[in-house]
Design a protein around this ligand. Structure first.
Ligand code: FMN
Ligand code: MN
Length: 491
């Protein structure tokens, strides 16, 4: 790791008590003064609109919706659990470095702990009593094809051939009183696992938690290596095992303190598939439109008293509240180093491009071909492999958290013809708006991607024109000297 790291400051996101328990999280949000309780809002578009408007802020407040129009007054919806300032801290490179240098024991997975019972079983609904429509499910965006109860939810599956339990965040729509639709993109772990059951002629057992400790939303939407349970990842991050109970119908481990869980079975799509979507997706479009998807036949509902459903639908990535995701950046940086790429100064994502489309890496060039190594690994590793459009590699003097600096590097150090790779057939998904209709229809979810090497060419790096800017320390000295007199110098 680079040697200019400030003393690691634990990012606030890992306040174990709040991240490990949703009800503790609520208290902390209130103490932090970033909390609004909102009464009488309408789940039909009004809550979704308030949510979108809250993303005009870089640090959107936590919002708890109570007594929602037409809903059971004991049911609640909670938004922005992972984006408030008291949770994420300042979003800068120091946060990435601190995250990466967290103590080793915080990186070690801690397997979940099986307990006999938990608050999730305060209410058990089975058989004919199962009625999903009793729970609030907003229509979030104007062109959504239905009511989505699962946005930042956790979908639990288990590999039939091993002990691997996977958690994935995949959106969940309500089809009818006993049926949910889950949209799992090709190749995701949940998809790999369900196909194994179907290949054996069995329906896939699934449990969906739609309100749970914030840390489970973090790990559910992060990519881990296949075979590594996100439960254990979460345990590692909060420093204690996540307590789980076994679902009565599937035997799947579900969070013991989950707010609301749907448990059931997903038959292969040949047996039951229903239109899913459109849904406003994170790239800022309704790209996956509506297509038949497998469904979950719900056999049981478990919920706490006064259950809290987490609502966190995507908003267009140009909203400040869409924030850079520090763990995503850290994971890409870790992958580059794990692959042995030397001299990495920083890793960042371009604003407006969401958490995947555009990666920027700055390196201290050390040898011929070095920038290529960095670009090819970033474009091909797990952390950068899905839905990347552009990787930009720049020199270490570029502040990659400033888009103008990245644009300047591209403008002045990049020769498009000789410093670009365009690679075809790379992994993308149905939610990619640039996936052409014919590929979308035949399931070829691949697109090209570009690597731009906006670095000074190695073989004449010493002759490259010098940068026209006053040396930073000297400029600071002059600023200090004149700041009292010249107010435009004061920061
Ligand atoms: C709020 C949110 C919603 C998401 N919705 C979906 C979805 O509907 N389908 C999907 O395939 N991935 C979705 N993702 C991305 C997956 O959660 C992510 O790829 C994760 O790594 C999946 O887990 P897995 O790697 O165990 O398959 C979503 C992520 C977030 C943060
Ligand atoms: Mn996984």
């Amino acid at each position: 790791m680079a040697d200019d790291i400030k003393p690691p400051k634990r990012p606030k996101a890992y306040d174990e008590a709040a991240m490990g328990d949703l009800r503790v999280f609520l208290q902390k949000a209130e103490q932090a003064g970033e909390f609004h309780v909102i009464q009488n809002a309408d789940p039909h578009l009004e809550i979704g609109t308030l949510f979108e408007l809250s993303h005009e802020n870089l640090y959107p407040p936590v919002m708890l919706f109570e007594n929602m129009k037409g809903c059971d007054p004991t049911h609640r919806i909670l938004c922005n659990v992972r984006v408030a300032h008291f949770v994420v801290g300042d979003l800068n490179l120091d946060a990435v470095k601190a995250y990466r240098s967290r103590p080793k024991e915080k990186k070690e997975p801690i397997p979940p702990r099986l307990v006999n019972t938990g608050p999730v079983f305060e209410n058990v609904i089975e058989g004919d009593d199962v009625d999903i429509s009793k729970f609030p499910a907003p229509k979030w965006h104007q062109k959504d094809g239905g009511a989505y109860i699962g946005t930042e939810c956790v979908v639990v599956t288990k590999d039939p051939d091993s002990d691997w339990v996977n958690l994935g965040t995949y959106r969940v729509i309500i089809h009818d009183n006993k049926t949910l639709g889950i949209f799992i993109e090709n190749g995701k772990h949940g998809d790999q696992i369900r196909r194994k059951y179907w290949a054996k002629g069995k329906p896939c057992p699934i449990a969906v938690s739609v309100g749970q400790a914030p840390i489970l939303g973090v790990v559910g939407s992060n990519t881990t290596k296949p075979g590594v349970s996100e439960y254990a990842e979460a345990g590692g991050r909060i420093g204690r095992p996540v307590d789980v109970v076994l679902g009565r119908h599937t035997g799947l481990p579900i969070p013991a303190d989950s707010e609301l869980v749907f448990e059931g079975f997903m038959p292969p799509p040949e047996e039951d598939a229903r239109p899913e979507g459109p849904f406003g997706e994170w790239p800022g479009y309704y790209a996956s439109d509506s297509r038949p998807e497998p469904v979950l036949h719900v056999k049981a509902i478990y919920h706490r008293h006064n259950p809290i459903i987490i609502g966190q639908p995507p908003t267009k990535p140009t909203y400040p509240g869409r924030q850079i995701k520090i763990p995503h950046v850290a994971q890409l940086w870790d992958s580059l180093e794990a692959a042995g790429v030397p001299g990495i100064k920083a890793v960042w994502k371009m604003p407006g491009a969401g958490s995947r489309f555009m990666d920027v890496i700055s390196i201290k060039q050390m040898h011929a071909g070095h920038a290529k190594m960095a670009g090819l690994v970033a474009a091909g590793c797990l952390a950068g492999g899905y839905m990347t459009r552009l990787v930009v590699v720049v020199d270490d003097d570029i502040d990659i958290t400033n888009p103008a600096e990245v644009m300047w590097a591209m403008s002045t150090r990049w020769d498009p013809k000789t410093q670009t790779d365009i690679i075809d057939g790379c992994w993308t998904g149905q939610i990619d708006p640039r996936l052409p209709p014919e590929k979308r229809d035949n399931g070829d979810t691949t697109t090209s991607r570009m690597i731009v090497y906006a670095v000074r060419p190695w073989h004449w790096i010493n002759e490259f024109p010098k940068v026209n800017e006053v040396e930073k320390d000297f400029a600071e000295e002059v600023r200090q000297k004149w700041a009292a007199e010249l107010d435009f110098l004061r920061k």
